[in-house]
Write a protein that binds this ligand. Structure first.
Ligand code: GLU
Length: 326
């Protein structure tokens, strides 16, 4: 093959527990985007190429472990996530990367934001922010207390990035046109926490650019993070990838499936059924015979042939009740 594949996707789990049905969704969808849609994009051709050709022209798919928050990490979960991916046939390209090894990159990004006057120190406690704010996208909007400098006698250990009222606009492949005014909806947001940990928003932007990611596929719980990420990309002079957000699997009470719950177990021996259920959840309408045959390879063959992102449901959440009644 003359050219390296242009499509680069990724799956970026936080190691807070083993992989479960909810996180498998993002792994499978990002993989299929790279290996099916990415293949077509790479040759500028129709999607229905044969399996052999598709493998040759497929996009690359990376796994990045987002281990920036040690207190939230569950011992053993990295090994468990990787072995589950492997067991499901979700084979990543290149080495697995770890955010915990990328601190220098994040430091350099923060230095650049500081040097350009985009970042400032903040001494506000969580409670102070909550007390003095209106509610925005994800809780209180930062009122800008430390924008002009930290008050005398206070210790500014967190870093925030300035936002503006200029709308940030992007087109999500599933949710369509999104327009957000960050100053109104989040206010200046944290890029380095007071406890010294890097904020997800900064780290993910720096790593997506460093890894050359061309499309981000992930759960819709992060749809509203995207404009903050695009804002940071612009301030840092980094490219903006395409975005595709997936419905989040919720339990009967409407709560996001946690690492340990889920109606569909990912146990050894259940891979074909679980993959089939992922495809059904993602609106792909896999034939029931495929589930009944119970062969993982056959489900993958079908998925690689028939994956259609146009069928993904544009809903932020989706319950699992439908599955029980299939
Ligand atoms: N680490 C995040 C999670 O496990 C995903 C981040 C992303 O895909 O941008 O929910």
């Amino acid at each position: 093959m003359a050219d390296a594949p242009r499509y680069v996707g990724r799956f970026a789990p936080s190691p807070t527990g083993p992989l479960h049905f909810g996180s498998l969704l993002a792994a499978v969808a990002s993989y299929l985007q790279a290996k099916h849609t990415g293949a077509a994009a790479n040759v500028g051709a129709v999607a229905n190429v044969g399996a052999v050709l598709r493998t040759a022209i497929a996009g690359t798919w990376h796994v990045r472990i987002e281990d920036l928050d040690p207190p939230r990490e569950a011992p053993g979960s990295v090994a468990s996530i990787l072995s589950t991916l492997d067991r499901f046939g979700l084979h990543w390209d290149g080495e697995v990367t770890y955010q915990s090894r990328n601190h220098e990159r994040y430091e350099a990004a923060l230095e650049r934001l500081q040097a350009d006057g985009h970042a400032y120190r903040c001494a506000c406690s969580r409670k102070e922010v909550a007390d003095s704010s209106v509610l925005g996208l994800e809780g209180p909007v930062y009122p800008g207390t430390c924008r002009q400098g930290v008050a005398d006698g206070k210790d500014g250990r967190a870093w925030r990035v300035r936002t503006t009222h200029t709308p940030i606009v992007f087109d999500d492949a599933v949710f369509g046109h999104i327009v957000q005014d960050l100053e109104a909806l989040t206010g200046d947001f944290v890029v380095k926490r007071a406890d010294g940990h890097w904020a997800y928003q900064l780290a993910v932007v720096v790593d997506d650019a460093a890894d050359g990611i061309t499309e981000v596929v992930r759960g819709a719980d992060l749809l509203d993070s995207t404009t903050r990420q695009i804002h940071l990309q612009r301030l840092l002079g980094l490219p903006t990838p395409a975005y595709l957000h997936l419905p989040v699997a919720v339990d009967d009470d409407g709560k996001k499936l946690s690492k340990s719950t889920g109606a569909i177990p990912l146990d050894a021996g259940n891979e074909a059924i679980a993959l089939w259920a992922v495809l059904a959840f993602l609106g792909q309408a896999p034939p029931p015979e495929l589930r009944d045959a119970g062969a993982l390879d056959t489900v993958w063959e079908w998925a690689l042939e028939n994956w259609d992102p146009g069928r993904l449901p544009a809903a932020r959440t989706r319950g699992l009740i439908w599955y029980a009644h299939e």
